[in-house]
Write a protein that binds this ligand. Structure first.
Ligand code: 4AD
Ligand code: MG
Length: 464
């Protein structure tokens, strides 16, 4: 098979002289083609890297396939790899064999010009073939790998939490329902839908977070992490919210909020450093075409001490600030994105970890402080994006948890197992969630979460 015989362009361009003066075979797609009488130039890209390989066809009339090769076509090209005499590339392919594998035509939407991101979202089946989305896809993969490396190197176990769940991990009610009922004739009992007849014989939802199951795993395996898709039916139509996004959730047994802050800080710095060190081609591309400041922004986070700031202090700073905010600041109200950005961009000019938030505005599972009013929550805020990590020390005390949940009017029945965990060998534990897609926005400089997700799902949009 050609598949095993071909040489990937990434190898040719990165492993210097790997195939110089040798006969090689390349399989890829035509980015551009220029045909003159005596010579034709084809820019070939096979997706393995940013760079193209220039295929040079001497005596074009000897290659009948050329006539049908247009931008976008899939081709098989072979010949000798030589040093390029021309500027702009180091190597080129002296073509001796050329075949059209799959044709393209004049209507190929990716002609050589800049397309708007809005237009490209409509053609998500073709946009990975652009430079920008090729780079985004490759860096998604590389950063995913870095995430596993960070945790595996530190003895964390990767656990799989269910996508379909029966409990609301955040207690916020923003869940998509999973059912096989025909919505027009779902069985009812006492005027309500009777889920006993549904697929799982109970209500079921897409998970908003794997945290509660990660807590189970942490109280057995010690240090664990999840890395998977999560779903939120909140109607937030912003550039930073997706209805389906990926989240990394580490959970550590015998760990408190300070330990949690430390892991979160080390983790973010590691990922940004990995992007700069191991993804040089992509980072150069993003710095040149997407956001000129992206490299500096990452370097700044890597070299900064993260400020640790109690929520109450944050509110004091914000209320005393001369800055006009759209949303009012008051103790007890959640911080809005504008407040978070003010703290991290203007006041401290570096990442800020705000902690000890009011109990009323945070989730039921967070450990209640001795003041009875605040919980051991933390949000990591970074310049430009605001919140990138949310986490907490968890409530490990059975009675306090019960009281807190009752206060929040949460039906305790679906969480019976969660309480059970607090009955048998409970221990302090803590964890956090890092939004994978927001992290990628940060690393790439892409301004909209829709453009770091291959197939974004947001309110009123689930195409492909
Ligand atoms: O702050 P959140 O809601 O925290 C949790 O889900 C906890 N269970 C995490 C934990 O303690 N294990 O979400 C965590 C992070 C946010 O900081 C943000 O980066 C990202 O997930 N996130 C979103 N990303 C994209 N679109 C959305 N709608 C997001 N909601 C949260
Ligand atoms: Mg949050």
């Amino acid at each position: 098979m050609d598949y095993f015989k071909r040489t990937k362009i990434a190898r040719i361009l990165t492993e210097d002289a790997i195939a110089l003066n040798q006969h090689i075979l390349v399989l890829g797609w035509v980015r551009t083609i220029r045909t003159a009488k005596k010579v034709a130039f084809i820019e070939l890209n096979d997706g393995s890297c940013m760079g193209n390989l220039q295929a040079v066809v001497g005596q074009p009339d000897r290659f009948p396939a050329l006539e049908n090769i247009l931008t976008g076509a899939a081709v098989r090209a072979e010949g000798r790899l030589v040093e390029s005499p021309a500027k702009g590339q180091k190597y080129e392919l002296e073509v001796t064999g050329l075949e059209l594998v799959g044709k393209s035509d004049q209507n190929y939407p990716l002609q050589k010009k800049r397309h708007s991101y809005e237009f490209l979202r409509e053609i998500a089946h073709l946009r990975p073939r652009t430079n920008t989305f090729g780079a985004v896809n490759r860096i998604r993969s590389k950063i995913a790998f870095a995430i596993h490396r960070f945790f595996q190197d530190r003895g964390f176990y990767y656990i799989h939490t269910p996508v379909i769940t029966a409990s609301d991990a955040e207690g916020a009610g923003d869940m998509f329902r999973v059912t096989t009922f025909d919505l027009n004739k779902a069985p009812e009992k006492d005027g309500q839908i009777d889920f006993n007849g549904d697929f799982f014989a109970s209500e079921a939802f897409l998970t908003v977070s794997g945290q509660l199951e990660a807590e189970i795993a942490a109280l057995a395996l010690g240090d664990v992490y999840t890395f998977g898709p999560t779903f939120r039916a909140e109607n937030s139509n912003t550039s930073r919210h997706a209805s389906e996004f990926w989240m990394i959730e580490p959970e550590m047994a015998f760990c408190d909020l300070e330990g949690n802050m430390q892991v979160a800080t080390d983790f973010l710095k590691y990922l940004f450093n990995y992007a700069l060190e191991e993804c040089a081609d992509e980072m150069a591309f993003f710095g040149r075409w997407i956001d000129k400041t992206v490299r500096k922004t990452l370097e700044h986070v890597i070299s900064s001490d993260f400020e640790r700031l109690p929520y109450t202090e944050a509110v004091k700073i914000l209320t005393q600030s001369k800055q006009k905010f759209e949303f009012p600041v008051a103790w007890g109200a959640d911080l809005q994105s504008e407040h978070e950005r003010h703290l991290t961009e203007k006041v401290f000019e570096r990442p800020v970890i705000v902690y000890d938030y009011p109990k009323k505005i945070k989730a039921f599972y967070m450990r209640v402080n001795d003041d009875g009013k605040t919980v051991r929550a933390m949000d990591v805020l970074v310049p430009k994006v605001g919140e990138i990590i949310g986490g907490s020390q968890r409530e490990e005390r059975y009675d306090v948890l019960k009281e807190h949940m009752e206060e929040k009017n949460i039906d305790l029945e679906p969480y019976r197992w969660y309480f059970d965990l607090r009955k048998y060998g409970t221990a302090p534990h803590a964890g956090f969630g890092l939004g994978f897609d927001r992290t990628l926005m940060y690393i790439t400089g892409m301004a909209n979460i829709r453009d770091v997700l291959p197939f974004p799902r947001v309110p009123r949009w689930a195409k492909f």
